[in-house]
Design a protein around this ligand. Structure first.
Ligand code: SF4
Length: 323
């Protein structure tokens, strides 16, 4: 049976461990125009456009200015960022242990020496237990992998990959900019290196049926070596994104978007959790978009209600012996 993240952390560290949303100062190759689509070979690469290839424009269509991580602190030096983020949490709690969490943009997309120094500084602090890095599978070359292995020898490193869907047609539609085979290759290399891998999935992408979404989760549940963790979230339409523009009245560039009700979404999440293998840690079950940008679904603003409903519907699928 899968395990809740909070249970996993309490069992492993003996107390609650809190996430600090930090900024690495990286950009994203899908936002800065560095990803090219090779029409002839139907493949993607990061680099200069060659003949028969064209740059992708605008990043993933659901991604907002903040790079899908709206709550990260501003990129000042890492110790200052950590202290500032800790202060906010410690106002309400007696938190002592933390995860250094780099979510926004692509946090392995820069010079490896700069990244090594940054992440090394973060995990050498006594208050940081885990280093969690959000990135893309096409941004983990051998030098980056070598750095991750070094860091993982000091403290646990979690790599979070934004896969969103296994379906190539949807991936093209949302302008993800890499193929499933790239994910598969990077996943195996990371797992072979002993790195913990967490995969992000978005439920409700335009054009996907319930069966498509369950197929994505089933695929991840069946991965070998086994998946360490998953983040599920409902699609959130945010102002200023390309998807928001595409959904404007009269625009028929994308298949009809089905806005799930809270009931429907929470039922679907329960079905997803039921598919997950033993020991797979569930890091998230709902989206956490910025209130001021969210256009749909508005029920996701009532996070307490959504979480209560999810807790009730998913309880029987979690391993209750891990507490
Ligand atoms: S969602 Fe992530 S990978 Fe996609 S454009 Fe935004 S920052 Fe880049």
């Amino acid at each position: 049976m899968p395990i809740r993240l909070s249970d996993y952390l309490k069992t492993t560290y003996g107390e609650k461990v809190y996430r600090l949303s930090l900024s690495s100062g990286c950009t994203c190759p899908n936002r800065d125009g560095s990803i090219c689509y090779d029409r002839i070979n139907d493949s993607y690469y990061i680099g200069e456009p060659a003949e028969g290839c064209e740059p992708l424009i605008g990043g993933c269509t659901f991604c907002s200015e903040g790079g899908s991580g709206e709550f990260a602190t501003k990129p000042v030096d890492i110790d200052t960022q950590i202290e500032l983020a800790k202060k906010v949490i410690q106002k309400k709690t007696d938190a002592r242990k933390f995860i250094a969490y780099f979510q926004s943009y692509t946090n392995t997309y820069d010079d490896v020496d700069r990244l090594r120094a940054l992440y090394h500084r973060a995990i050498s602090r006594d208050d940081i237990e885990i280093l969690s890095i959000g990135t893309r599978p096409d941004c983990i070359g051998e030098d980056i992998l070598g750095m991750l292995i070094e860091l993982n020898n000091i403290k646990p490193v979690w790599i979070e990959l934004g896969l969103q869907t296994i379906h190539e047609e949807t991936a093209r539609r949302i302008n993800r900019g890499y193929k499933l085979s790239t994910f598969e290759d990077t996943y195996r290399r990371l797992k072979k290196a002993g790195i913990t891998v967490i995969v992000h999935v978005i439920l409700g992408l335009p054009g996907e049926t319930k069966e498509d979404m369950l197929e994505t989760v089933k695929y991840l549940a069946d991965l070998s070596p086994a998946l360490d963790g998953i983040k599920l979230q409902n699609l959130q339409i945010l102002k200023g994104t390309r998807m928001y523009e595409e959904l404007a009245p009269g625009n028929n560039h994308i298949p009809v978007y089905h806005s799930m009700s809270m009931e429907e979404y929470t039922d679907l999440v329960a079905e997803c959790i039921a598919l997950l293998p033993e020991n797979c840690v569930v890091h998230r079950m709902t989206g956490d978009g910025p209130r001021k940008l969210l256009v749909d679904p508005l029920w996701s603003l009532d996070k307490k209600r959504v979480l209560n409903m999810l807790t009730k519907k998913t309880a029987k699928y979690f391993d209750e012996s891990v507490k």
